[in-house]
Design a protein around this ligand. Structure first.
Ligand code: FEO
Ligand code: CA
Ligand code: CA
Ligand code: CA
Length: 646
C-alpha cells in the first residue's frame, strides 16, 4: 500500500544499446514461449471459462496420449467486488482477530470512538500484513496449540479516528500519533484448536505486542554501534525503541519471527541542508517522506532534529517468540532497504538463506546467506545466526542466468574511495552499494519465497507503471507494467546458497484477453483465474504456490488469493480462491503445517478515494452502522476437514 509515484534509483532510466539488445533477445524468448502457449490453447478450448477440476483432461501437445490434471481441486469463486469476503463452496471462514481485539485478559474493550494509546498497546494492531504460525506442543489435555505472529504495517489515520479527516493533518494530535505508534509493529498470539477451529488464548504467557514506540530493541550485526545510528536518546547507536511499517516478514527454521521494515521514509519530517553528510543517503531512500505526522511531536521522527534517525529503520527485526521477555534484535547484516519479506530456507550444507525484496520501483532482489550452519538439535545455537554471513543482490542476465553479487566491504567498488569505510556503511547504504555492483532494477520486488524441495524461489514483482520502453530488461520485459509478474529462480542442485542460478518468468499478470497488457498465462486459466499486482505468496503443505494481491482492484475486481500451477502442462494457470471486501489488499497467506487451516490478513478494508471513518467503502467485518471497518486476520477451513485447495 502507499504506492506513491516516486522512485529513488538514479540508474532507473539509463536505457541504451544494451537494453535494446536485451529487449530483442527476450522478445524472441517470449515469442517461442507464446507459440507453445498458443498450441496448448488449441488443445484445451474446453477449459476456457470453466472451473479448474483436476481430473479434467487436458491434452499436453507434447504427449497427447497422457491425461493431465492440475494440483488444485476447488470450485473457483467469481471475479467481482462488493462489501464482503468470498470463499469457495464447501469452505468456512472465521474472523479470528480484528483491529482492537483483546490480546490479554486485562485488555480494555475496543472503543473506536475514543481509542487511546494505552488501550491500543494491549489490543490487536491495525493493518495486518505478514502472518506466521509456529506450532507448539499440545497442552496437557492434548489440545493442539500454536503461535500466530502478525505484522501491523501502517495506520490509515482518516479511517481509524472519528472526525480526523475534516482538518487533517492538524487533527493528528500527539495522543492520536501515539495511538498510531501503538497500532504499528506486530502481535504474537497463542491459539488453540477447539472443535477444529482456532481460538485466541487470552491468558497465554506468549502473547505480546511489539510496537513502533515503547518496545526496547537492540541493534546487532555490522551496523550496531555505528555513529551513523546515534541519536540523542541513544548515543551508542545500539538500542532502539520500536519498529514500523512491518510488511511481509518470515518465520525462521528455529522458530523466531522476522518483521521486515518497509516504507520507513514515510515516517520522517523535517529537512536537512544539501551539504549534510547524510543528505545523499536519505535521498536514495526518499527520506523524509512526510506521510505521517509523528515528526511534529517527536524529535526521533524529524530529521531536522535527529539527522541519523532514519538510519535506525529499514532493517529486519528478529523476535524470539518462545521467550516473551526477549529483546527483539535489528539484524543489520541483512541490509537496510524497504524490506518486503524475509522467509528462509536451509541450504544442503546447513547454511540458512533468507530471500528479501526491496519494494520500490527499480529496486533489487536480495538474499542473505549465514556463515554458520543451522543446528536442528540446538535451538540456542541458532539464535544469532543472522548476525554473520553474506548479503547478496541479484543481477538477472538476459540469457536466463542470474548472479548473486556479494555486498562485502573492500571488495569491488565497495571501498573507502566510494564512501564505504566499513561493512556498517555498506549495510546502511545498501541500495547505493547494490547500484555500484550492477544489480538489476526490478518492477517492485515484494515477497520472495523458496518452494519446498525444488530448489526454486518465486519473486512477486507487483507492478511498475514508470518503466518506459527504453528501460525494459529481460527480467522486467514490459513497459508501463501495470499488473506485475512473477519470476522463478532455480538454484543449481537445489542449493539456495549458490552464487549463481537460472531464472524464468512464471506469469505476466493482467487480463489475458486484452492484448495491450501482453499478459502471459496458461490458456487453461479461467476468466476468474487471472489477476494483477502479486504481493504476498506462500506454499502449502504439498508445495503448491498461492499468491495474494495488492492492486487487483485496478483491474476492476477485488484483491484476493489465487492458487498457481508451477509445473507440468498447466504451469502458469491461476485459480481464484478468495476475494476480499472492497478497499482491502490480501496478506499473509499462511497455512498450518498439515494444510487444513489457511490464515489470511485482510488489510485496509473500507479504504478508497475519499474514504473516512464516517464514510468507509465497507464496514467489514462487523457491519456496525456506527463503527469503522476493522483490518482482520481470518481463518479458513474446509467443511469436510480436508486440506485447503483439495
Ligand atoms: Fe507493504 Fe511491499 O507492500
Ligand atoms: Ca504491496
Ligand atoms: Ca506487501
Ligand atoms: Ca509469504
Amino acid at each position: 500500500m502507499h504506492d506513491d509515484d516516486t522512485f529513488t534509483n538514479p540508474r532507473a532510466h539509463d536505457g541504451g544499446a544494451l537494453d535494446e539488445l536485451i529487449t530483442r533477445r527476450f522478445s524472441r524468448r517470449r515469442l517461442l514461449k507464446g507459440s507453445l502457449v498458443a498450441s496448448a490453447a488449441l488443445s484445451v478450448p474446453s477449459l476456457q471459462g470453466c472451473s479448474p477440476q483436476p481430473g479434467g483432461r487436458v491434452e499436453d501437445p507434447e504427449t497427447a496420449a497422457l491425461p493431465v490434471s492440475g494440483r488444485f481441486n476447488f470450485e473457483e469463486i467469481a471475479r467481482g467486488s462488493d462489501q464482503t469476503h468470498h470463499v469457495p463452496a464447501g469452505y468456512d471462514l472465521d474472523v479470528l482477530l480484528r483491529w482492537g481485539d483483546p490480546l490479554f485478559s486485562d485488555s480494555p474493550d475496543f472503543d473506536p470512538q475514543s481509542q487511546t494509546a494505552a488501550a491500543q498497546s494491549r489490543q490487536f494492531g491495525y493493518n495486518c500484513d505478514f502472518v506466521g504460525f509456529l506450532p507448539l506442543p499440545p497442552d496437557a489435555d492434548d489440545v493442539p496449540r500454536g503461535l500466530l505472529c502478525v505484522n501491523h504495517e501502517f495506520t490509515s489515520s482518516v479511517l481509524m479516528f472519528p472526525g480526523v479527516a475534516a482538518d487533517y493533518p492538524s487533527s493528528m494530535t500527539a495522543e492520536r500519533c501515539a495511538v498510531e505508534m501503538a497500532a504499528h509493529g506486530g502481535s504474537v498470539v497463542e491459539l488453540k484448536l477447539v472443535a477444529d477451529r482456532w481460538q485466541v488464548v487470552l491468558d497465554s504467557a506468549y502473547n505480546r505486542r511489539i510496537m513502533a514506540d515503547g518496545t526496547p530493541m537492540a541493534f546487532s550485526g555490522p551496523a550496531a554501534g555505528s555513529p551513523r545510528l546515534a541519536i540523542g536518546s541513544d548515543p551508542s547507536g545500539t538500542r532502539a525503541t520500536g519498529t514500523l511499517n512491518n510488511c511481509a516478514g518470515g518465520v525462521t527454521p528455529w522458530g523466531t519471527y522476522l518483521l521486515a521494515e518497509e516504507n520507513f521514509h514515510g515516517y520522517f519530517q523535517g529537512e536537512l541542508t544539501e551539504d549534510h553528510p547524510e543528505t545523499p543517503n536519505h535521498q536514495r531512500y526518499g527520506v523524509p517522506g512526510g506521510w505521517f505526522q509523528w515528526g511534529r511531536h517527536r524529535d526521533e521522527f524529524n530529521v531536522s532534529s535527529e539527522p541519523n534517525a532514519p538510519n535506525r529503520f529499514g532493517w529486519v527485526v528478529e523476535v524470539d517468540i518462545l521467550d516473551p521477555q526477549s529483546t527483539p534484535k535489528k539484524r543489520t547484516a541483512l541490509g537496510r532497504f524497504k524490506h518486503e519479506g524475509a522467509e528462509s530456507v536451509v541450504a544442503p550444507d546447513g547454511r540458512v538463506v533468507v530471500y528479501m525484496g526491496d519494494d520500490e520501483r527499480f529496486e533489487y532482489v536480495y538474499k542473505f546467506v549465514t556463515e554458520g550452519r543451522y543446528d536442528p538439535d540446538n535451538r540456542s545455537a541458532n539464535l544469532d545466526l543472522l548476525d554473520k554471513g553474506t548479503l547478496f543482490v541479484a543481477r538477472f542476465n538476459e540469457d536466463g542466468s542470474l548472479n548473486w553479487l556479494p555486498l562485502i566491504h573492500g571488495q569491488g567498488p565497495l571501498t573507502t574511495a566510494n564512501g564505504f569505510a566499513s561493512q556498517a556503511d555498506v549495510v546502511i547504504e545498501c541500495r547505493r552499494a547494490a547500484d555500484l555492483l550492477g544489480a538489476t532494477p526490478m518492477d517492485r520486488p515484494e515477497d520472495v519465497e523458496a518452494q519446498p524441495d525444488t530448489g526454486r524461489a518465486y519473486v512477486m514483482l507487483t507492478n511498475n507503471t514508470l518503466r518506459e520502453a527504453d528501460d525494459v530488461n529481460a527480467a522486467n520485459p514490459r513497459a508501463n507494467n501495470a499488473f506485475g509478474h512473477i519470476v522463478e529462480i532455480t538454484s543449481p542442485d537445489g542449493d539456495h546458497a549458490s552464487d549463481s542460478a537460472r531464472w524464468d518468468i512464471l506469469i505476466q499478470c493482467g487480463d489475458p484477453e486484452d492484448p495491450s497488457f501482453a499478459a502471459v498465462w496458461n490458456p487453461a486459466t479461467s476468466p476468474n483465474g487471472w489477476f494483477g499486482s502479486p504481493d504476498n505468496c506462500a506454499f502449502d503443505a504439498s508445495g503448491r504456490l498461492w499468491v495474494a494481491t495488492d492492486g487487483n482492484q485496478a483491474t476492476g475486481a477485488a484483491d484476493g488469493l489465487w492458487g498457481i500451477e508451477t509445473d507440468g502442462p498447466l504451469r502458469g494457470t491461476g485459480y481464484a480462491f478468495f476475494r476480499a471486501p472492497v478497499g482491502a489488499e490480501v496478506c499473509g497467506p499462511r497455512f498450518t503445517p498439515e494444510g487444513k487451516t489457511l490464515f489470511l490478513a485482510v488489510q485496509h478494508p473500507g479504504d478508497g478515494r475519499q474514504a473516512t471513518f464516517e464514510s468507509p467503502t465497507t464496514r467489514w467485518p462487523d457491519f456496525d452502522p456506527a463503527g469503522p471497518p476493522r483490518p482482520s486476520v481470518v481463518s479458513i477451513y474446509r467443511q469436510d476437514g480436508g486440506p485447503i485447495g483439495g
